[in-house]
Ligand binder design. Sequence first.
Ligand code: NAP
Length: 511
Amino acid sequence: MNDGKICVPVCAANMEGFAGEMDRAAEVADVIELRLDYLNEIVPEILWRKLKEIRKTFSGKILVTYRPKDQGGARAISNEQRAAFWSENSDLYIYEHADWADLEHDFDLKVGAAFLRALYKRLIWSFHDFDGVPENLAEIYAKLRDEANFRSAPPRENDLLKIAVRTNDVSDSLRLWKLFKDAPEGTLIPIAMGEAGKWTRILGPAFGAPLTYASLDKGGNAPGQIPAREMAEVYRVKELSRETLVYAIIGDPVTKSLSPYMHNAAFKLRGIDAVFMHMEVKDLDRFMREFVPGSGLNFGGFAVTMPHKETIIPYLDELDETARAIGAVNTVKFENGKLIGLNTDIYGVVEPLTRAYGDLKGARVAILGAGGAARACVYALRQKGARTTIFARNAEKTRAIAGVFGCAVGDFPVTELRSFDIVINATPLGMKPGQENFSLLTADRFGDIKLAFDLITKPAETGFMREAKKAGVETIGGLEMLIAQGVKQFEIWTGQDAPLEVMREAAVERL
Ligand code: NAP
């Protein structure tokens, strides 16, 4: 266990909703943050009553925040209003009911720092930038540290510092992370906001962050916040340490990937000290050259997805035979200082097909699409002795695959699939919201097909699968591929058998 605490902000706009959220926060939080700036009207009696009631069972801390809009708060609050709120003359008497207070970096210390220090057990001095990572981050940190009087011996518990900046790419958070690692342990809360910064929320406590913020529900009040239950149960944030092996799915976009749920469930069941997370990587070069060596994370490996499956190859030390043959990597393993690229997509193709169809030797397989997944299909199926034909709109790409792997080429658009046993949709058509009913094949064109496999994971049932069903054809969805390739990844990374059912359950539950 690390010393980090999970802080859950309560952000309802009316007192009733606020009280309800406080109850729910008390079930999952170590620290409940009362975001009083969210309330349309603060009714002190209700707030005090609720706090007294919660204290009977909640042993954590109560943190109060009253943030003006220009610092990321919910409403415009003038400096006068802010001063009045925190003042000893405020008729809110909030200091009688709270443990900690969060003060924005620009808050005028002259307005009663001594008073605040005397009444709150801990002050958090916070800086927010919702637009990006400021160039002068180090300067901002130094200023915060001086304001909080960090260099003098702490008169009681240390005050804390919080820096929250907006990131669009994982590597954007590197400067903040380095600053955090150089700061005295347990003093700085580093938050990279946005999808690309989620990893800082998960790994902060492992590296000495005293707090990490998590939401009550999906969404939260800051970009990239993860629900508190998920932080505790999926990512096990309080159990992680600097030594924990870090795995991530790298790509853009990656947020919707189910891989973290599958792998974390498997790590948890097997008692492996490892965590798996989404890492939104836009600039692969920056990630591989700067972030991987500079972050100090104990990387064990990556799952690689679009658009980096091919472009990652020059950064790797070795490729296994399959990755070399397909020309794409979906798995990276860190081994004795080397980065090894592998491809488990072929298991994702072959395993579900074999389970549903039986021996693939001699099977006639039509593959729609000529991208990375189609290449993995052709390679995997030919190894199993199947006869493959690809149908795709880009004649050049199609010819290239046929040239490399020696498969046949069919006419596109597809008319009718006569003399085929299996059809695989290896295009993303039908994946985007609003396109759920799109299909490259209508029911009348499935010809002799007995089995239709759509590689799309979400939606679980695609337009292509519905058309196949209409034609009386058995179907398999992309989740089966995801699970099968993930099982193989787990085995590559850990050297252990993968708990298939647990991984399936975790993925299905999330889907
Ligand atoms: P990719 O490299 O981008 O290739 C996509 C292929 O589909 C290309 O040939 C593209 O043609 C074609 N295509 C796209 N839109 C089309 C349309 N409207 N009509 C006809 N053809 C179209 O992508 P990928 O990596 O191969 O992935 C393909 C699909 O497989 C995706 O849906 C992906 O999510 C899924 N997949 C699933 C798993 C899993 O674990 N379940 C694993 C890998 C991939 P152009 O080249 O002409 O654009």
